[in-house]
Structures are given as C-alpha cells and as structure tokens.
Design a protein around this ligand. Sequence first.
Ligand code: GDP
Length: 298
Amino acid sequence: MFDTLSDRLTSVLQNLRGKGKLSDADIDATAREIRIALLEADVALPVVRQFIAQIKERAKGAEVSEALNPAQQVIKIVNEELVGILGGETRRLNLAKNPPTVIMLAGLQGAGKTTLAGKLALWLKKQGHAPLLVACDLQRPNAVQQLQVVGERAGVGTFAPEPGNGVGDPVDVARRAIEEAGRAQHDVVVVDTAGRLGVDEELMRQAADIRDAVSPDETLFVVDAMIGQDAVSTAEAFRDGVGFTGVVLTKLDGDARGGAALSVREVTGQPILFASNGEKLEDFDTFHPDRMASRILG
Ligand code: GDP
C-alpha cells in the first residue's frame, strides 16, 4: 500500500531540493504534480482539491525560515496536511462509564469484520479487559462458527444463537448477549453484524435495528482499503443508513493505491481508530495519523 504514491511524492519533493528560493511558479508546478499523484492513488476528488488548495496557500504564505530551506518547508507543509486529512490526533476507543462498553461492527461482507472482532478482542484482552464476542451475522453460512474460531484463538468467549433453532433473530441475540455480559462480568461486548456484497436496504435496516437494541458506545465502520474509490460511497451509505463513530481500515498490507485510506476520514468526518494489516490476529493496531503520513512520505 502507498508504494506508488510514496515514490511519486518523494520524487516530486526531491525536485525542490537545492532550490534557494521557491517562486509561485515552482509551488504551482509542485502542487500540480502532487495532485496527479493523489488522483492516481484513487484519493477522492474533493479531498484532493482541498489538500492542494491548502498546500498552495500555506507554501506561498510561508515565512522565509532560517532553520528550513524552501524544499524542507514544503515537505513539512505536505506532511502536516497529510496528518490533518488522516485525522490529526490519534483518537482512542470510547469506553462506557458504566460497563459493558458496546462496540458494534458494520461493513460490507468480506471487509474483514469477523477477523477484526478477533483482533479487537485480543487487543482488548491485552489491555486488561474481558471482552465477549457476539455473533449477529446470521446470514453468511459459517459466520457464527468463524467468529467462534477467532474467539477461541483470541482466548475470549463468544455468544451465539443455539444451533438448530433456525436462522434466529440477530436483534434478539444482541439483546441477550448484553444481559449475558452483565451476568458473566464482561466489560466490553463486540457485536459482529451481517454484511452483504453490496450496500442494500435490508442490511442497513438490520444493522440499525441492532444498533437501536444495544445502543453502542462505538459503531465502527469496517472498510477494506483495497476497494479504492468505492470506499467513499460505501462509507457514505453506512453513515446515512446506520451511522458510525469511527472507521477501521483493513487489508493495509495489500497493494492497493491507498486512496480509501486517505479519503474516508475527510469524506465521512469520522476518525480512523484502528488499522488491520494482515490475516493474523496480531496484525492490528491503533491508527496513528502521524505515522501513516510518515510512511507515505517515505
Ligand atoms: P467479513 O465478511 O467482513 O466478516 O470478513 P472476514 O473477517 O471474513 O474477512 C474476509 C477475508 O479477508 C478473510 O479471508 C480474512 O482472512 C481476510 N482479511 C481480513 N482482514 C485482513 C487484513 O487486514 N489483511 C489481509 N490480507 N486479509 C484480511
């Protein structure tokens, strides 16, 4: 991820090195190159426009600095603006004052929700929490079993409907799971929900019903960074249909161009909380905008 973008930006900024002073024409040419690099990386157009406008305005208005040469100054500005579109400060998970904290996962099928449930459970356990996973994806064959497997690997319990009772009602499962969490002293409940291959109304309604039943402290929109431009329209559909308080980017280990990662925060207004970068439960961490910006700038 980001390799091409990173190479492009590095070479654009490299061209500025050695210049004693930057003219407005130099800045315009640099901004144009950065714009092309971002568009090629599939960053959403409104985000690119905003980014370029900021870079130009700040670079042209920059005071002559004793400490930094002009090229370094532009690099600093680009870095700061990248951190800005990625969300600025790291946003921590919102934990309920009165446990259990309820975290609901929403997103398309294949986005990585079930895997994420296991990753989150392990991460929470390492922080001293006692999480309970809840299987509310009753649509996809084997989704319940898959959640039980990741739960076992993470060493946490899974609440699932009893087998043999038909498909079951995910809203009822979610409700009963919260009661169970209270009884068994789980302080965090992670609710896995069903995802379809594309956005559809029934999926949204079901997720909204589960949300209304469990009043989540966090609703995390899980998005596969490999889906590129589609990430933005999917995020908007989930924002309008279910609402979410944070984003989790998955598959950052893939070779996608990175546009989704750069667009989703700015377009939805919600922060990226976590990033997943592999299939193993350990391939997961809190999202740090500054580290991601440094990775992009090389
Ligand atoms: P769900 O349908 O949203 O529950 O998605 P799953 O959790 O079943 O994940 C779909 C596929 O993506 C599985 O094969 C996972 O192993 C894989 N996967 C999930 N997260 C990542 C990740 O961060 N990187 C990679 N490479 N694969 C992932």
